[in-house]
Design a protein around this ligand. Structure first.
Ligand code: AHR
Length: 846
């Protein structure tokens, strides 16, 4: 059966997406006008409370080295990794003349199988931990130290705990225990830094002593102040950032992390409750071991402190290496029982078996739990066992907890889920084209299909969608502003369809952005390319995507309003831009570069006598040497642009020579920026062809005929590119090689608009993404709302599309607030290029 939509359906779809959003191309001078109609008298879907939430798991040192405030890395000495001098476990080192061994005899308890034994020779010696890429020191700050110690071989003196900066080994805080005895005992100390202490992460935590004999340590823990002072709690700056996202749920514990790489590493929740020093920890699936200090009680603490509801992901009998158990096996019976018990632990009364355990851990009140997800991304299970596994667990959950909404992570047939969990990791361009993904499906629309983690649209028959993981993959370790705008556009599309998409969460949420430390053998802090919030031991920041989502979450409203956006001139094709030269893993040089108008007069001659600072480069530096421009290194893909962005038709002349490398020459025209241009690729495809290519927002496509061409090393070529409208003709040594016309519409900057109503404050909230490079001058008409206050509030996130935030520049891209005057039921507003705007317009009091 054909799945191709009929022309009528296509037409309807087109109309629907024009209403939802408009993909526009700009006029020759970049003038874009728009009309945005918002109709308050036509309310659409109600936006559920649960719409904004968080997806979390142990990835990118999200918990250990992130949200979980513990500062000691490898506090139980079990982490895999290279041992230090004298055999110290990773992240530990010896201070002074002592000798250290890892001991498995006589442990404190079965969860702490190893201890660190320090032999002393009289002088002061100790063991130091360098934390998660450093121990953060702040002035006037109190730290809580906990460790087990026992003395042997005649050791009696006290132990000193201290924090010492790397620079000069300065002690910024210290405290001492009483005399250590011969039996394991837990010691707790308080360290306090002075007002004059530096703010630095270049510091270590040291346990030291003087004397002779041996002292052993186990479970060494150091906590800074936590969010709202909770013991074994969470990092305050990250919790503040998370609170800014106004999350109404937290999906936990994953993600791949709920599955684990092998059965032995699955998320075994019963080992993640109780006192942290009785949790054995386990190998996570993202390349490092988890202390499991951030266990189920801490997840509940997190929900409680953010006033968010837990969305529980339960282990469902499948692990990432493909191993699984089929429905009906004793193992699946065990996992089903464990899931029911986990639900009871979270939501059961304090006198139930597992509710009692929760109450004992500080949470007497049962948590409101409405959603349980069975497994994660079980479409990876190619054996087809998910349907049975899901049905077995779903039936048991439904029977015991009929009110719970059950989420499926992959297509199922044998039991109807309440929600499906769709996942999308996409490019900015893809997300900008997906704002109508969940629009109502017209009668006769093709059947829904499932592909690589998501369905092709909204579900029928009352089944809802949880978009449980989604993100624009652009920028690393955190996204660019361009990604944030695509995120916002996709999010507005979901919000407009909040009757179908009732919950959504970006992923991954957190990333430790520390670079690798090769000298110590430490990896970088993040494993996933693009992540929402970044931090090191001391500082943190929200990415542009964070700010976009915080803006939208803080301005959610209760109900979607009917919105119509017309943008003009629709479909006009821009054929203009500067010129440039490039190299594809090749060392090529260019000289005698000129541009002339069709009538012959010269428009430009490149000055190749100075440096290359007038050129705008992408992919790597360029330099001018001996009167020619060339890439600074011949091992990458890079290009350099110069000239007038308003040039339309022209001829480029230059001489080019290949010095070394894989390919040949790249000559650019209609270059708007590093992502939007055409180029003639001479000697491309491993030095075999000459062909034209166009890049739309970084998405490159070749077009027109392929001419066989091989560039010789060391030979100068005369290159000429004649550009007329969408046609280019490329000549080498006056011989026509390529004659191509580009049929593809150039990058279409997207404008997306929605509006919602906040009933309590009678406020119309207009949300506009302008992901294009030109301002959009819009007539905004608000109908059906009566009179409006003439003053509105705007929050605008704008900047260069490639801009990112970092720990050094945490608010380079951040929302700006503005008071807007002259608002009425019909007013004008210019939406800046590369921006997200939220306008809060109040209905006037009658
Ligand atoms: O968010 C990162 C990973 O992406 C999650 O663990 C997994 O569910 C998905 O594949």
């Amino acid at each position: 059966m054909s799945t191709r939509p009929s022309p009528r359906l296509l037409h309807r779809r087109l109309l629907a997406s024009v209403i939802a959003c408009a993909f526009i191309a700009t006029g020759a001078r970049g003038q874009v006008t728009a009309t945005l109609d918002v109709d308050v008298s036509k309310p659409g879907p109600v936006i559920p409370d649960t719409f904004f939430g968080l997806m979390t798991e142990e990835i990118n040192y999200s918990y250990d080295g992130g949200l979980y405030a513990e500062l000691i890395q490898n506090r139980t000495f079990q982490d895999p990794g290279p041992r230090g001098a004298g055999g110290t476990p990773i992240h530990w080192s010896v201070v002074g003349p002592g000798k250290v061994t890892v001991d498995d005899a006589g442990p404190v308890n079965p969860a702490l199988p190893l201890s660190l034994r320090l032999e002393l020779t009289g002088a002061e010696a100790g063991v130091a931990n360098d934390g998660f890429w450093g121990i953060p020191v702040r002035p006037d700050t109190t730290y809580a130290v906990t460790f087990y110690a026992k003395a042997s071989d005649g050791f009696a003196p006290p132990i000193t705990a201290s924090i010492r900066t790397d620079a000069g080994d300065a002690i910024v805080a210290k405290a001492q225990t009483e005399q250590v005895t011969g039996a394991w005992r837990k010691y707790t100390l308080t360290l306090k830094t002075g007002r004059d202490a530096p703010a630095t992460a270049k510091a270590r935590f040291v346990l030291s002593a003087s004397g002779t004999g041996s002292v052993s340590f186990s479970y060494v823990s150091l906590f800074p102040p936590t969010y709202r002072g909770a013991p074994n709690g969470l990092r305050p700056d990250l919790m503040e950032l998370l609170a800014g996202l106004k999350p109404k749920f937290v999906r936990f514990p994953g993600g791949n992390y709920v599955e684990g790489n092998r059965f032995s590493d699955r998320y075994n929740w019963k080992q993640m409750i109780g006192p942290p020093d009785q949790r054995p920890g386990h190998m996570g699936c993202w390349g490092y071991r988890s202390s499991d200090g951030m266990g189920v009680p801490e997840f509940l603490l997190w929900c409680k402190q953010l006033d968010a509801e837990p969305v529980l992901g339960v282990f469902a009998g499948y692990v990432l290496n493909g191993d699984h158990f089929k429905a009906g096996t004793p193992e699946m019976a065990l996992y089903t029982r464990e899931a029911l018990e986990q639900i009871e632990y979270i939501a059961g009364p304090a006198d139930s078996e597992w509710g009692r355990r929760r109450a004992a851990e500080g949470f007497p009140e049962p948590f409101k739990l409405r959603y349980v997800e069975i497994g994660n991304e079980d479409w990876f299970d190619r054996s087809g066992s998910y349907d049975g596994r899901f049905a077995q667990m779903a039936k048991a959950i439904r029977e015991r907890y009929p009110h719970l909404q059950i989420i499926a992570s992959a297509p199922v047939k044998s039991f109807k889920p309440d929600l499906y969990d769709d996942h999308f990791y996409r490019s900015a361009r893809q997300f900008l084209q997906m704002t109508s993904h969940y629009d109502p499906r017209p009668a006769g629309a093709p059947q829904l299909t499932f592909h690589a983690g998501s369905w092709s649209g909204r579900q029928p028959d009352g089944v809802k969608t949880f978009v449980g993981e989604w993100a624009t993959q652009e920028g690393s370790p955190t996204p660019t502003l361009n990604a944030a705008l695509a995120d916002a556009a996709f999010l507005l599309g979901m919000e407009r369809n909040a009757d179908a998409v009732t919950m959504q969460a970006y992923a991954p949420l957190l990333a430790n952005v520390n670079p690798p430390d090769p000298a110590k053998g430490y990896p970088k802090g993040w494993q996933w390319h693009t992540n929402l919030i970044g931090y090191d031991a001391l500082r943190s920041f929200g990415s542009p995507s964070y700010h976009a989502q915080a803006m939208l979450a803080q301005n959610k409203g209760d109900v979607v309003l009917t919105t119509k956006l017309d943008v003009s001139p629709p479909g006009t094709v821009a054929r203009q831009g500067a010129i440039g030269v490039g190299a594809w893993r090749t060392l090529s040089e260019y000289t005698d570069i000129t541009v002339s108008a069709p009538a012959g007069q010269q428009l430009f001659a490149a000055d190749l006598s100075k440096d290359a600072s007038a050129w705008s480069v992408t992919g790597g530096d360029w330099k001018i040497q001996d009167g020619a421009i060339r890439p600074a290194a011949g091992d990458r893909e890079s290009w350099a642009i110069i000239g007038d962005p308003t040039w339309t038709d022209y001829t480029i002349r230059l001489r080019a020579r290949k010095l070394a490398g894989r390919e040949g020459f790249l000559v650019l025209w209609h270059a708007v920026d590093g992502d939007n241009y055409h180029w003639w690729n001479v000697g491309g495809w491993d030095n075999s062809l000459a062909r034209a290519e166009v890049s739309d927002g970084g998405d490159r496509h070749s077009y027109g005929p392929r001419a066989p061409f091989k560039v010789e090393v060391g030979r100068w070529y005369d290159v000429r590119v004649e550009v007329t409208g969408r046609r280019m003709r490329g000549f080498i040594d006056d011989k026509l090689v390529t004659d191509s016309a580009c049929d593809r519409a150039p990058a279409a900057p997207a404008v997306v608009a929605t509006a919602t109503l906040d009933k309590a404050t009678q406020t119309v909230i207009v949300k506009v993404v302008n992901a294009g490079r030109f301002p959009v001058d819009a007539a905004v008409n608000v109908r059906g709302a009566g009179r409006l206050d003439s003053t509105a509030r705007a929050v605008v996130l704008a900047g260069p599309p490639k801009a990112v935030n970092t720990v050094d520049e945490p608010r380079k891209v951040a929302p700006q607030e503005e008071v807007v005057q002259g608002v009425s039921t019909a007013f004008r507003r210019t939406f800046p290029p590369h921006s997200l705007t939220v306008l809060r317009i109040k209905q006037a009091q009658r």
